[in-house]
Design a protein around this ligand. Sequence first.
Ligand code: GLC
Length: 461
Amino acid sequence: MKKLFVTLMTVLMVIGVCPESLSAAQKKKKAAVEPKVEFKLPSDETDAEKAARMQWWTDARFGMFIHWGLYALPARHEWVRNRERITNEQYEKYFKHFNPDLYNPKEWARQAKEAGMKYVVLTSKHHEGFCLWDTKYTDYKATNTPIGRDLLKEYVDAFRAEGIRIGFYYSLIDWHHPDFTIDRIHPLRIDNGTKEQYAKLNEGKDMAKYRQYMKDQITELLTNYGKIDIIWFDYSYPGENGKGHEDWDSEGLLKLARTLQPGIIVDNRLDLNDVWGGWDIQTPEQVKVASHPTWNGKKVHWETCQTFSGSWGYYRDETTWKSPAQLIELLSETVSKGGNLLLNVGPTARGEFDYRATERLKAMGEWMHANSRSIYGCTEAPEDLKAPANTILTYNPKTNVLYIHLLNYPMGKLPCEFLDKIEYAQFLHDASEIKFDQKGFTLPILKPHVEIPVIEVFLKK
Ligand code: GLC
C-alpha cells in the first residue's frame, strides 16, 4: 500500500501535479518520511549497473520495428503529409477509411519470432498524430475509425504471448494537434520562413498544452499496458524554426518514463545527447557505422534502425528492397561492431505484412535457425583477431567462441592469421568439422546450402 502511494506521488510530481498547496512544514515532514524512490535515473547508474539493466537487450541483438498508421492508405511514405503539404482536412479521408480488417497481430508476432527477433517497437503515434490506442486525450485514434479497436493493446498481447519484449515508438512531432506549432518540417511550413513569419502563423497555438498532452499520453502508454521494455521517442531538430528538448520538456518526459517503468530503455532522440543519462542507446538510422560508436571516449549501447526498402511506412511502389543476403550481412555486421539491428516492417492498410517483407523475414528466419549462435549474446571480436578477407567476425565473450561469416564464399582455402589460437572449428549450421593447417581453413568447394555460411571457432583458453 505504502509502496503504491509513494509511486503514485512520484508520478504526480513528475507530471507536474505536485501538491504545491502543502505548507513548508508539511513538505519538510513529508520529505523526512519519504523513502528513496526505487528507480535510478541513468545518470546515477554506474556503468556496471547500466550494463546489467541493458543485458537482455544486448543479448537480443535483433528486433522488429513496425511503422503503421493512416499513412498506410496513401501508401507513399509515412512523411506523405510533409512531402505533399497535406492539411488536416485533406488527410481526413484516410482516417475515415482506415479499416485494417485483416489485422492479426498474432501473425505479426509469429513472423517476428520465426525471424529470430527478440523485441519489437511499434509506432503508437507517428508524426501524423494518429493514435493506435484508445487514448483519452484525443478523438484522433483507431477506436474512432471503421476498425474501432484498440490496435495497440492487441499488439502488446500478441507479441508478449510469444515472449517478445515490447516497445512503443512515440512521435514527439504531431502534425495534427492544434497546439503543435508549425515549424520548418511541418506540412504547413513556409519556405525559407523567418522567425517572425512563423510567430505570426502560430498565434494562438500553445506548446505548453501540447507538452501536457504528451505527458498524459505517455502516462497512459506506460501505465495501461503492463511492462513496457522500450520507449522510442522521435525526434528533435533544434535550431531556427525547429524543436528541441525545451519544446518537448524532454527532461520531464524522461523522468516520467523512468518513474512509470523503471528499467525501461530509452532512445536518444529527445535532444539530450550531451547529458549523461539523457539516453540509453544511440540510434544511427539507415547507415552502417564505421566503428563501435562512443560517447566521451567510451563505447556506448547502440542500435541501427533500417528499412527493407527505403520507406518506414508501407510504400506500394517502392522497389529498392534489400536482398536476404544483404540483410543477413547487415545483421552480422552490426553485431560485429557491438550493436543491435532494429529492422522495420510497414504493414498495409489491410493490416498485413507486405509479401516482400514476409519473404525476407522468412529467409532471415531460416538463416537464424541454424546460425543464431553467431548473433545472440555476441559482440565484436577481440582486437588482436584480424578478420580474414571478405569475412565478418562476431564473438561470444561468455563462451570464448568466435564466428567467421563468409560473405564471399572462398575457393577451397581461407587464409587466416590467428590459426595458432584455435582449438577446434566447424561449420555452424551442421557442426561438421573444418580442418585447418598453416595455410588456413580447408573448406569444401561446394558452398553449403546457407545464405551466408559461418565457421564456428572454439578458441584456446
Ligand atoms: C525518422 C523519420 C521517421 C521514422 C524514423 C525511424 O526520424 O522521421 O519517419 O519513423 O526516422 O527511425
